[in-house]
Design a protein around this ligand. Structure first.
Ligand code: KIV
Length: 279
């Protein structure tokens, strides 16, 4: 089965079909969602929801390669986009090329995503020229949390909104095949989406984007510390896991697990012979 490609997403945009993207960070979650979504994002949010850091900044290239490999093994049809972690593309274009190359060559990603608009446009242009499909990411860019002063809605003022519009245009001109708009007002996301030929993918950016992305753990209420306003919880997976584990522990303590059903039998004569020989 062929994976979804950049051209498939462009065709979806032309047909007005919304793109469904969700993060995954490991083999079982990739297996569960592969048939359902168009794009799996191995986001550097893995630093927060899987590795327990309080931001995405500590995530390394080795982390991203390790988790992307697992997602690629667990999926067949979805496009796999891997995030370029903090400082893997900001120092120089050469380093960005080497690191993006590793995500495609070693980890098997279909495309990479990196944060920043005008400031990242030259890097995007060089990557695209080298044959690396790039998804842009503007608005609330979590790798800049210290510069932004927290996880706040972006683009509310005239100056910020104009800068975001320019960022989006610069990324499109540089060759980005799609752009994530994170935590910006819905009317601004609509205006940006209408002005672009490439699809936008929103997270906290309202319904007018060309697609939506969410973090796996937010969507499933799976052991997160904080639920962002933009996330809808479709199932209380964390509660279901805790409930099941509590039942297991109670069974172990009561001696009601395992039963014969979960045990393995053997020929009693063989056992008797062995025990007599040992005695
Ligand atoms: O890292 C991530 O999961 C992301 C999404 C929030 C867009 O970048």
């Amino acid at each position: 089965m062929a994976r979804k490609s950049v051209t498939d997403l462009q065709a979806m945009k032309r047909r007005g079909e919304p793109i469904a993207m969700l993060t995954a960070y490991d083999y079982p979650s990739a297996r569960l969602i592969d048939e359902l979504v168009d794009v799996i994002l191995v986001g550097d949010s893995l630093g927060m929801v899987v590795l327990g850091y309080d931001s995405t900044l500590p995530v390394t290239m080795e982390d991203m390669i390790h988790h992307t490999k697992a997602v690629v093994r667990g999926s067949e049809q979805a496009m796999v986009v891997a995030d370029m972690p903090f400082m893997s593309y900001q120092v120089s274009v050469e380093e960005a090329m080497r690191n993006a190359g590793r995500l495609l060559q070693e980890a098997g990603a279909t495309a990479v995503k990196l944060e920043g608009g005008v400031r990242s446009a030259e890097t995007v242009r060089r990557l695209v020229e080298a044959g690396v499909p790039v998804m842009g990411h503007i608005g609330l860019t979590p790798q800049s949390v210290n510069a932004l002063g927290g996880y706040k809605v972006q683009g509310k003022t005239r100056k910020e909104a104009l800068a975001l519009l320019r960022d989006a245009q610069a990324l499109q001109e540089a060759g980005a095949f799609s752009i994530v708009l994170e935590t910006i007002p819905a009317p601004l996301a609509r205006a940006i989406t209408e002005r672009l030929d490439v699809p936008t993918i929103g997270i906290g950016a309202g319904p007018a984007c060309g697609g939506q992305v969410q973090v796996f753990h937010d969507l499933l209420a799976y052991a997160t510390n904080f639920v962002p306003k933009h996330a809808k919880q479709y199932v209380a997976l964390g509660d279901a896991v805790r409930g099941a584990v509590a039942e297991y522990v109670a069974d172990v303590r009561a001696g009601t697990f395992p039963t014969e059903q979960e045990s393995f039998a053997m020929n009693e004569d063989v056992l008797r012979e062995i025990m007599e020989g040992v005695a």
